[in-house]
Design a protein. Structure first.
Length: 649
């Protein structure tokens, strides 16, 4: 049984992954999957509606689902279903608790008191929670209907906060700006496809199309001071104002270009396309299609809804086949959620590997190894899919750098575990893989992670060389630090750090630091060459450049201290943990300064997390400095009056 267990774990993990890769299916009569795969232009790229729905929800509330407060309501549905209600049935969507608000001053501004923020549990739920001693959490998600009465106050506070530099804004100012921008984004979604608040926008457009020739003629006659039909002028002015409002409010290109134009960046907003009706006398067919979808969704007519999607897609296939295929693939990628699934496997692998140090080391150790391997392969597939969708190398922004740092570190862990077979590599892989994917999740809360490249970064060659190589250096430096943490924790708190294990960890850390030094140095030099080509200077003492240099210097210090005999194993581990601090600052901290040519992609949102991480690493360094006779792994030697082991000094 012990020999079969690792293979069973591998088989279950592979089957679980295979299930997630199955094509998404509709759970009701409406073709939600098909609608979510329809393309739109946002932030300079064509993406499926499903992606915009998911990224909007992450931006609004940090998760991809909408439900009523805990245990007192039901899940609204998929992100696409939420989007359909937002754009076609706003009077219902406005009642969903969509916007997360945590700042107490902002809540007070909205008149929310502590007693108003308790979750509305059902009576049965209250009894169940009371039995387990659960304290109800604060209600932190609000519907637009709760926020809208305070919109003037929120807008005024946002106007006052806008001139203040982001780096020096107070928590209240950051919260009110975030809420204001979220409300603006929500309004853009509602005006992207049809005019919100219209019961039957399709009939209005069809009626307008019939009247537009006579109406335009009447308007021209009025402007020329000639006799005209005022009854024909009024609806033209009203519709023009409506279309103008749609064009002004929304910036989503949901209408494909006319004629034979196949430029994927020439998509128009619905408002702009409808304004063209005054010149063409014909309402844009795509605008009519979305108006028809709106009526079908509002009137619960799935047959008409599905037929319209089929016809609309067929019309797009002839001119935008590649874009449709990518949109379909991206929607499937979103549904599979490979990085969330990998994070789950990393977490499970970590605990399995930890237990392997207590019992069944070979069986549980191999099981953890296979779990890590499956998670790593899944992350690899996810990164490759992102590269294909974006047409770029693996690292283009901080989100993708977090993915790549974790991927590189776990890959090195698999190599270590393959050779040493002591579960150390699996434990490190579980921690690093889970942590970096968690960081990536929080970085995704700012919006679309497949964003368009800044002009200075728009070079696949340098993205594939400098960025990838220097990020590999980050990965290795972090991995060395986390292996050192394992050494310290096992030595201080357990009796499992024997000489063989300590020597293995020492060799691992030393080898990985050598790898990190090489890659961080080469990556920094390549960055200087790129800077020389882009900005006309090899080195400018920019904060990001200084951070990269710090990593090279720190790794060089570790190697020289070891080669010179100034440190042994414990000293090597302390210096490696210090590498975590240096690398975290170079990776994130320099972006928080808000200065320099590299100050893009991140601001001060993670200052508390970074400060907490640095504090934790300093605490681990202090713990490692505790006299060796206090370490549990060395206490037996002290009792027996044996000499202090040289490898631990």
């Amino acid at each position: 049984m012990k020999k079969i267990l690792p293979l069973l774990v591998l088989a279950v993990a592979v089957l679980y992954v295979g299930k997630s890769l199955l094509p998404p299916k509709n759970t009701g009569p409406f073709d939600l999957v098909g609608f979510g795969q329809l393309p739109l232009l946002a932030n300079g790229r064509i993406k499926p509606i499903d992606t915009e729905a998911r990224s909007s929800l992450l931006r609004f509330q940090g998760r991809q689902r909408v439900s009523s407060p805990l245990l007192s309501g039901n899940l609204v549905g998929s992100p696409t279903e939420w989007m359909l209600d937002v754009i076609f049935r706003p009077e219902k969507a406005d009642t969903y608790p969509t916007f997360a608000i945590d700042n107490p001053d902002l809540l007070a501004l909205m008149g929310k008191k502590d007693e108003d923020l308790k979750v509305n549990y059902t009576s049965t739920a209250k009894q169940v929670l009371a039995l387990v001693g659960f304290i109800p959490s604060r209600h932190r998600r609000f519907a637009l209907t709760e926020i809208w009465p305070h919109r003037a106050t929120i807008q005024e506070q946002a106007r006052l906060a806008e001139p203040v530099e982001n780096a020096i804004r107070t928590p209240f100012q950051r919260a009110v700006m975030q809420l204001y921008l979220n409300l603006v984004h929500y309004q853009r979604l509602q005006h992207a496809f049809v005019m919100p608040g219209r019961e039957n926008f399709l009939n209005e457009l069809l009626t307008f199309q019939e009247k537009v020739p006579a109406g335009v003629a009447a308007v021209k006659a009025k402007q020329a001071g000639q006799p005209h039909d005022e009854a024909a002028v009024t609806p033209m002015i009203e519709m023009g104002e409506m279309f103008g409002a749609m064009s002004t409010v929304s910036n989503f290109g949901v209408i494909p270009p006319d004629g034979n134009n196949t430029d994927p960046t020439a998509w128009k907003t619905t408002g702009a396309a409808l304004l063209e009706t005054f010149q063409t006398n014909q309402v844009n067919p795509a605008a009519l299609a979305y108006a028809g979808l709106s009526r079908s969704w509002r009137q619960e007519q799935p047959e008409q809804f599905n037929k319209l999607i089929e016809l609309y897609r067929a019309g797009l296939e002839t001119r935008f086949g590649p874009q449709l295929e990518k949109a379909r693939a991206e929607a499937r990628f979103n549904h599979a959620e490979p990085f969330y699934l990998s994070m789950e496997f990393y977490g499970i692998a970590f605990f399995v590997a930890i237990f392997s140090w207590l019992k069944w080391p070979d069986t549980l150790g191999r099981s953890a190894f296979w779990l890590v391997a499956v998670a790593w392969v899944l992350s690899t597939a996810g990164i490759l899919a992102r590269m294909w969708l974006e047409g770029r190398p693996p690292v283009t922004n901080l989100y993708s750098s977090a993915l790549f740092v974790g991927w590189g570190s776990v890959g090195l862990c698999l190599v270590l575990e393959y050779f040493y077979r002591n579960a150390v590599g699996s434990v490190a892989a579980g921690v690093v893989g889970f942590a970096t994917l968690l960081v990536a999740h929080h970085l995704s809360l700012s919006g679309d992670t497949l964003e368009m490249m800044r002009a200075v970064l728009d070079s696949n060659f340098w993205l594939a060389t400098h960025v990838v190589v220097v990020t590999a250096g980050y990965s290795a430096t972090f991995l060395a630090g986390f292996l050192a943490l394992i050494y310290i924790v096992r030595g201080v708190f357990t009796r499992s750090l024997d000489k063989a294990t300590a020597d293995s960890l020492g060799r691992m850390v030393y080898g990985i630091v050598c790898f990190a030094t090489l890659f961080s140095f080469v990556g920094t030099v390549l960055g200087g060459i790129w800077a020389d080509q882009s900005w006309g200077r090899f080195w400018g003492w920019d904060p990001k450049e200084n951070g990269a240099l710090l990593i090279v210097i720190w790794n060089a210090i570790i190697l020289h201290a070891r080669w010179g005999g100034m440190v042994r194993q414990r000293g090597l581990m302390i210096l490696a943990v210090g590498g975590n601090i240096v690398t975290s600052w170079s990776w994130f901290g320099t972006n928080m300064l808000g200065v320099g040519l590299h100050s893009y992609g991140f601001t001060d949102a993670a200052f508390v997390a970074l400060a907490g991480f640095v504090a934790s690493q300093l605490a681990m360094i202090a713990l490692a400095c505790v006299p060796l006779e206090k370490w549990r792994s060395f206490q037996t030697r002290t009792v027996r009056k044996l000499p202090e082991p040289a490898y631990a000094k």
